[in-house]
Design a protein around this ligand. Structure first.
Ligand SMILES: NC(=O)c1ccc[n+]([C@@H]2O[C@H](COP(=O)([O-])OP(=O)(O)OC[C@H]3O[C@@H](n4cnc5c(N)ncnc54)[C@H](OP(=O)(O)O)[C@@H]3O)[C@@H](O)[C@H]2O)c1
Length: 275
């Protein structure tokens, strides 16, 4: 598996997403992911599964420094005291002393100034609670502001990205700032992208599954990391087995051409104005 270097962080290009996974199932799936070779796990305070994810990490039996662990701070907890309390509680639930990456999950929806949240995130880094810091769901203007405000470099913007959604603007901003772009919903949740003609043609040409073609499309873009989620054990290994083949430039372009207006999945009343 290749890794992505971004502002001092070195992140495995495929991570195991855990949204909606809970309890013993989440613990077992995280342990299986580590067994299959994953070295990057994505969770969040909001997912309500940090105890289970932490248990999965311990079951996996790897050294803490062998797994890149990300958690996130919910958008209602971005005032100074609330942000550090949220991350401290995450460490407690995960039973780790430090996460590798702490992200602001969404921009503030209740008027907390960005400079306050970014300063609080930097303070968490200073206390050793997060090896790296970053953001999620930040449109370009807000990302530029966050970068300008942060003493520590921000290492990523985690955003929705799949072949149906054009993210050229955010991707360009991430590249400009030396940040990784982490793709969530990378598989479009198993939706129409799987049967689209350019994906089907690449499936035929490379003898891979549609999910593998799409994940390869992600990681073949410089600075892009993908965090697919599955509760199907056989798909855990399938989603990681994408580093031994290459899509042609023509295949990459054809898959990138699948974008369709209105295909954003994660759009809520608290979402920012998108680019
Ligand atoms: N920062 C944010 O705001 C944010 C928002 C959303 C998600 N995320 C993160 O991103 C992760 C991934 O996003 P997501 O879970 O929403 O969507 P996703 O990974 O695009 O799709 C998950 C769906 O794809 C199916 N799938 C997975 N591998 C497959 C394969 N090889 N073949 C066929 N189907 C497959 C899964 O089915 P089965 O489970 O049945 O196998 C599941 O229904 C989340 O778990 C979370 O960690 C972050």
């Amino acid at each position: 598996m290749h890794r992505v270097s971004a502002n001092g962080a070195n992140v495995p290009a495929i991570g195991f997403g855990t949204w909606t996974l809970k309890g013993d199932e989440a613990t077992s799936l995280v342990a299986q992911a580590l067994e299959s070779g994953y070295r990057h796990v994505d969770t969040a305070a909001m997912y309500g599964n940090e105890e289970a994810v932490g248990a999965g990490l311990r079951t996996g039996g790897l050294g803490r420094d062998e797994v890149f662990l990300t958690t996130k701070i919910w958008h209602t907890d971005l005032a100074e005291g609330a942000l550090s309390a949220s991350l401290e509680a995450s460490l407690d639930r995960l039973q780790v002393e430090q996460v590798d990456l702490a992200l602001i999950h969404w921009p503030s929806s209740n008027g907390v100034p960005l400079d306050e949240s970014i300063a609080a995130l930097n303070a968490c880094h200073g206390r050793g609670w997060a090896r790296h810091i970053g953001v999620s769901n930040f449109p370009v203007k807000l990302l530029d502001e966050a970068v300008a405000l942060s003493a520590q470099p921000l290492v990523c913007n985690q955003v929705e990205y799949h072949p149906m959604l054009n993210q050229d603007a955010v991707y360009g901003a991430c590249r400009r700032h030396g940040m990784a772009m982490v793709s969530y919903c990378p598989l479009f949740r198993g939706g129409d992208a799987f049967s689209a003609a350019p994906v089907a043609q690449a499936v035929e040409a490379h003898g891979r599954s549609p999910a593998q073609i799409i994940l390869r499309w992600h990681v073949q873009q410089a600075g892009v990391i993908a965090i697919p989620r599955t509760r199907t054990p056989s798909r855990i290994a399938e989603n990681l087995a994408i580093f031994d083949f290459e899509l042609s430039e023509r295949e990459m372009a054809a898959i990138s051409g699948l974008t369709v207006a209105g295909s954003r999945i994660c759009d809520f009343d608290f979402s920012p104005a998108w680019d």
